[in-house]
Design a protein around this ligand. Structure first.
Ligand code: NAP
Length: 488
C-alpha cells in the first residue's frame, strides 16, 4: 500500500463500533468547561442523549440562558467537583488559565476537544500540552473532528465517527461509552501520541481530491490551448478573422467533453494496467507500483470529475442557440440561401448524424449520473458488492463505449477532411479517442476466453510457477498425493 492519505482510512485503527462490552452510559453526569459554541452544542447533545450536564463558566450568570434548562451552569470549580469526566471546550491558548483548578481536577478524566488553525501548528499536540499542564489528570483526545453543527443536529446528519486516543485504556473506554450514548461511532486511535494526527484531520482540505483536480486542470489546459489554436488563432493568422468571441463558450464547450471523456477512460485504464501486470507476472500477490496504487485509489474522484465536466458540457451545449453570434450566423445563412434562391437545404446525412450524436450523448450523461450517484457512500452502502461492481464496472464500461460513439458521431468524417487540419493539427476529437480506444481494445482482449480464464484463476490465488500439492484417487479408490507445477 502507498503511504498516501487514502491509505489511512478513518476506520483504519480499531473501531469500537459494535463492541458488545461497551454499553452506552446515559444517566451519568458530564462536565463541560467553557460556554462557547462547542460547549453549548455538546451540552444540548448530551442532555438530549439522557446525560446530566454541568457547565463550568467564568461567568455563569451571563451564560446560563444560552444552555438548555436541564443543564446546570455554574462556576468552573463547582462544575469540576460534580463530575469525573470533563470536556475542556476552551482554546489551547487559554488552558493555562485553568491551572487554578489543578487540585479539584486531580484524578479526573479531561477530554480535549480542541483544534488548531494550521496543520502541525505546535511542536506537541494540544492534548499532550494539556497533559503536561495537568499531570494528575487522565487526558483523552476526542470529539474534535465533529463540528458544533454536527453535534447539535445529532448523529443522523454529518460525520458519525468520533476518533479517540489516550494512554489510559479505562478512560478511553469511558469516553467511548459517552460517544456511543450520544449516537456517535467511537474509533480507537491508540495512544495520546496519535492526538497530533487527530488534530490535523479537520484541517485537511480534500486530500483525496488533489491529484484528480490537478489532473483535470492539466487536461483542461492542454485541450483548451489546442482548441484555442485551432478555433481562434488559426483563423486570425490565415484569414485575419477575429474569432475571440468564441473563447468563453465555444472553445470551453469543445474542451469540456474532451476532459470528461479522457477522465472517464482514466478511471478504467489503471484496472487494465493492473490486469496486464497480473497476467505478466502470473500472480495477484505482487504489489503494484506506488503510482498505480495511488491511481487505483483515486478512480472515484476521477470519475466524479469526469461527470462534472460532462454535466457542464451538457449545460453549455443547451445554451449554444441562445448566443447572439449563433443568431447572426443563422440569419446570415438564411439570407445567403435566399439570395442564391436555394429552397431545400435538408441534408439527410447531417440530420441523422446530429440526431444520433445528441441521443447517444444523453444516454452517456445518464449513465455517468448513475455512476456518480452510486459512488456516494450513503447509496453505495445500500448496495451489495455484486450490485456495486455491476454498476461501477460494467455500466461504467458501457458509458465509456457510448461516450466513444458520441465522440465518433460528432467527428464523423472530419478526420479525413484535410481542411480540418489547422496548422497540420488534427481535429481534437481524434486525440481524445486515443486512451479510451486503448482501454476498450484491452477490455475486449481480456474478455477472450483464454485470457479471461487465466485472469480469473490469478485473481482466485493461482500463481505461475508455484508448486501445489494435489491429491488423486487411485484405482483402488485410495488417494495418493504428489506435487506439480500449477501452471502446467
Ligand atoms: P468559543 O465560542 O470562543 O468558546 C470558548 C470558551 O472558552 C468561551 O466561551 C469561554 O467560556 C471559555 N474560556 C475559558 N477560559 C477562557 C479564557 N481565558 N479566555 C477566553 N475564553 C475562555 O470557542 P468554541 O468554538 O466553543 O471552541 C471551543 C473549543 O472547541 C476550541 O478548542 C475549539 O478548537 C474546539 N472545537 C470547536 C468546534 C466548533 O465547531 N466550534 C469544533 C471542534 C472543536 P466562559 O466565558 O464561560 O468561561
Amino acid at each position: 500500500m502507498s503511504g498516501g492519505d487514502m491509505a489511512k482510512p478513518l476506520l483504519g485503527h480499531g473501531s469500537i463500533e459494535g463492541d458488545p462490552s461497551i454499553t452506552p452510559a446515559p444517566g451519568r453526569t458530564i462536565g463541560v468547561l467553557g460556554s462557547g459554541d462547542f460547549a453549548r452544542s455538546l451540552a444540548i447533545r448530551l442532555v438530549c442523549s439522557g446525560f446530566k450536564v454541568v457547565v463550568g463558566s467564568r461567568n455563569p450568570k451571563r451564560k446560563a440562558g444560552l444552555f438548555p434548562s436541564a443543564a446546570e451552569v455554574t462556576f468552573q470549580a463547582e462544575a469540576v467537583k460534580k463530575t469525573d469526566v470533563i470536556f475542556v471546550a476552551v482554546f489551547r491558548e487559554h488552558y493555562s488559565t485553568l491551572c487554578d483548578l489543578a487540585d479539584v481536577l486531580a484524578g479526573k478524566i479531561l477530554v480535549d476537544v480542541s483544534n488548531n488553525t494550521e496543520v502541525n501548528h505546535h511542536k506537541e499536540s494540544n492534548a499532550e500540552y494539556l497533559a503536561s499542564l495537568f499531570p494528575a489528570c487522565t487526558i483523552v483526545k476526542g470529539f474534535n473532528v465533529l463540528s458544533a453543527w454536527t453535534l447539535q443536529s445529532g448523529a443522523r446528519d454529518g460525520n458519525k465517527q468520533v476518533l479517540i486516543c489516550s494512554n489510559n485504556q479505562e478512560a478511553k473506554r469511558t469516553v467511548a461509552e459517552i460517544a456511543q450514548g450520544m449516537g456517535f461511532t467511537p474509533v480507537d486511535m491508540g495512544c495520546l501520541s496519535s492526538a497530533c494526527e487527530i488534530e490535523n484531520i479537520p484541517l485537511r482540505l480534500l486530500p483525496a481530491w488533489k491529484i484528480p483536480i490537478f489532473l483535470a486542470l492539466g487536461l483542461f489546459l492542454c485541450f483548451f490551448t489546442y482548441n484555442l489554436i485551432r478555433q481562434v488563432i488559426h483563423p486570425y493568422i490565415r484569414e485575419q478573422k477575429n474569432k475571440l468571441y468564441k473563447i468563453p463558450i465555444e472553445v470551453v464547450n469543445t474542451t469540456l467533453p474532451c476532459v470528461a471523456y479522457v477522465m472517464l477512460s482514466l478511471v478504467y485504464l489503471p484496472g487494465v494496467l493492473a490486469a496486464c501486470s497480473q497476467l505478466y507476472y502470473g500472480t495477484k500477490y505482487r504489489p503494484f507500483p506506488d503510482w498505480l496504487d495511488q491511481w487505483l485509489q483515486h478512480r472515484k474522484q476521477i470519475g466524479l470529475l469526469s461527470f462534472f465536466c460532462a454535466a457542464l458540457h451538457a449545460v453549455y451545449s443547451f445554451c449554444l442557440p441562445m448566443r447572439r453570434s449563433h443568431r447572426y450566423q443563422l440569419i446570415e445563412t438564411a439570407v445567403k440561401q435566399a439570395v442564391e434562391k436555394k429552397m431545400n437545404i435538408w441534408v439527410e446525412e447531417e440530420v441523422w448524424r446530429m440526431e444520433i450524436y445528441i441521443s447517444v450523448g444523453i444516454i452517456a450523461l445518464g449513465l455517468l449520473s448513475l455512476l456518480a450517484i452510486t459512488s456516494l457512500p450513503s447509496i453505495a452502502n445500500s448496495l451489495n458488492w455484486r450490485e456495486f461492481s455491476f454498476i461501477q464496472s460494467t455500466l461504467g464500461f458501457v458509458a465509456l463505449v457510448i461516450s466513444t460513439l458520441h465522440t465518433l458521431t460528432y467527428g464523423w468524417s472530419r478526420a479525413f477532411d484535410e481542411n480540418q487540419y489547422k496548422f497540420y493539427l488534427p481535429p481534437t476529437y481524434t486525440l481524445t479517442l486515443l486512451v479510451p480506444c486503448t482501454v476498450i481494445l484491452a477490455k475486449v482482449i481480456f474478455s477472450l476466453p483464454c485470457i479471461q480464464q487465466r485472469l480469473l484463476r490469478i485473481r482466485r490465488g493461482w500463481e505461475k510457477g508455484r508448486y501445489v500439492k494435489f491429491v488423486l484417487p487411485s484405482a483402488t479408490g485410495e488417494y495418493s498425493s504428489g506435487e506439480t507445477s500449477s501452471n502446467v
